[in-house]
Design a protein around this ligand. Structure first.
Ligand code: UD1
Ligand code: CA
Length: 508
């Protein structure tokens, strides 16, 4: 995948990096082409903002210092970075570039947050290049240390180099510098080896050269790229590492690129999980966030989105057409045509089709949440079933109970939410209302159509509905001659007395 200018066996390069390593991630640019109120680097790919991908890659080389240079939308970006720092368990320093005066100026701003007299290696990368990985950055450090370069730049050979800086080389193939698209001669514009914007610098060479940059170029900016020609002019070694996978160095400038890179990252995530033993029936319609964990022999049917914080256990099936965020699905469970957030589904349990699992739902082993059932803050015990057309909110249900179809846990009095408790081995009738707070004991029954407002003791049968009365002959008296009347007379063994007005003449 990666090829350096010097062909050295990697064992020779692999010497650990005794020198301190600092990483600087540039993320001050505005990202005008996103046309968004959200800072560009906070747009998400596979559940993580672009800048988080970049910071995680940088953190992957375990640098002594990690600095992110912020500008546009700095407060929102800094806030997200503090949560990333927490997740990574390491400090992430932020620097501010007030005005975007160029990539060279941005790196100077980043270094200003680091101790004076910096030594070792400085790795520079961008906050809007989400597929760059820690392996590539590690390879950069190895190449840089192994060759003794003053500067090593990550390059790629692409079909269309438009917009990128081009790598210029002398007759011996040694790198002489980088020329920006806008400053390139027609011959230089033909060069297809491009600057990815990822570099490893000797810290002292970098700090010295940054002071010598000028704005004498087509864009009037301080170009970081000029550090290469300055180092070369000083007789120092400048080398490249060629990245054979251009996806890794592609940046996001607009939403078209965002979706393009998102699809590629998704392909890679899905492929990775298939290699780990997950069956993905249709990779094109399965979307996975980075923070998802799948065990082997999981099956993902078509149309599945698994968002951050979702874990699926061995042998479980998810889909078709299911979205889960922050859910834990235990081994052997099946979740079909379901939308779930913050739910935990027990081993061999079954959910769906058409279930809506809201935060705080937990379903026990071999439990069931069935068709057109919504659950929220509901703990449903082992083997308990809520099979059809129900709302279970703010409830605790024991084991091996059955909740009748079309039951509503009436949890809201218009001001406050209240809790319902149902015991184990209970059988509640269809079309019940449990008006919370209320408690149904173990082994209790409730009659169909009941509105339960009082506690039901263990083993009792609660009936809370109007008693039925039948008014005999009502149709013959009040709807004479209708089809209903005739049908009733036939059923009672009489000859119909009148012709029906029409076959459905009732109610006219
Ligand atoms: C830069 C390189 C170019 C390379 C390309 C790769 C320079 C002069 N040119 O081009 O050789 O092929 O990247 O994508 O370095 N940024 C700041 N502050 C600034 C300017 C930029 O933080 O003042 C950040 C941006 O947010 C972005 C990155 O640096 O993440 C690159 O900036 P961008 O303007 O896209 O780079 P180019 O100048 O197009
Ligand atoms: Ca760019």
């Amino acid at each position: 995948m990666l090829q350096g200018d010097t062909a050295q066996p990697s064992s020779q390069r692999a010497a650990a990096h005794p020198d301190p390593v600092s990483t600087v991630v540039l993320a001050a640019g505005e990202g005008t082409r996103m046309r968004s109120a959200t800072p560009k680097v906070l747009h998400r790919l596979a559940g993580r903002p672009l800048v988080e991908h970049a910071v995680r890659a940088a953190a992957g080389v375990d640098p002594d210092q990690l600095v992110v240079v912020l500008g546009h939308g700095r407060d929102a970006v800094a806030e997200h970075l503090s949560s990333v720092a927490g997740a990574l368990g390491r400090p992430v320093t932020t620097a501010v570039q007030e005005e975007q005066l160029g990539t060279g100026h941005a790196v100077s701003c980043g270094l200003s947050e680091l101790p004076d007299g910096l030594t070792g290696t400085v790795l520079v990368s961008y906050g809007d290049v989400p597929l760059l990985d820690a392996d590539t950055l590690r390879a950069m450090l190895d190449e840089h240390a192994g060759t003794g370069n003053a500067v090593t730049v990550l390059t790629a050979v692409v079909d269309d180099p438009t917009g990128y800086g081009r790598i210029t080389r002398d007759a011996d193939g040694q790198v002489t510098g980088i020329v920006e698209q806008k400053d390139a001669t027609p011959e230089q514009a033909e060069i297809t080896e491009i600057n990815s914007g990822v570099y490893a610098f000797d810290a002292e060479v970098l700090t010295g050269a940054l002071k010598r940059l000028s704005t004498d170029n087509a864009q009037g900016e301080l170009y970081l790229t000029d550090v290469l020609s300055i180092a070369r002019g000083d007789g120092l070694r400048v080398g490249t590492l060629i990245c054979a996978d251009p996806w890794l160095v592609e940046g996001v400038n607009d939403r078209v690129q965002l979706s393009r890179l998102g699809a590629e990252l998704n392909r890679r995530l899905v492929t990775g999980w298939m290699r780990e033993g997950v069956t993905v029936v249709d990779p094109a319609t399965v979307w996975l966030d980075c923070d998802v964990t799948l065990a082997r022999d999981v099956t993902l049917e078509p149309g599945v989105q698994l968002r951050a914080g979702t874990t699926v256990g061995e042998g479980a099936t998810v889909g078709p057409d299911t979205t889960l965020a922050g859910c834990t699905i235990h081994p052997g469970a099946s979740v079909v045509r379901t939308h779930g957030e913050g739910a935990e589904i027990g081993p061999n349990a079954s959910v769906g089709p058409f279930s809506y699992l809201r935060p705080g739902t937990s379903l026990g082993t071999k439990g069931k949440i069935g068709t057109f059932v919504e659950t929220k803050n509901a703990s449903i015990g082992d083997g308990t079933k809520v099979p059809h057309l129900s709302y279970v909110g703010d409830a605790t249900i024991g084991e091996q109970s059955n909740i009748g179809a079309a039951t509503v846990f009436v949890n809201y009095d218009g001001v406050n939410k209240h809790h319902t408790k149902i015991g184990s081995h209970s059988r509640t009738g269809a079309d019940n209302m449990f008006v919370a707070p209320v408690e149904i004991g173990d082994g209790a029954y409730t009659a169909a159509g009941s509105v339960i407002t009082q506690d039901v003791p263990p083993g009792a049968m609660a009936v809370a509905r109007g008693r039925q009365r039948n008014i005999d002959g009502w149709v013959a008296r009040r709807r004479p001659g209708t089809a209903a009347d005739q049908a009733a007379q036939r059923a009672m063994g009489d000859e119909p007395t009148d012709d029906a007005e029409t076959s459905n003449g009732e109610g006219r």
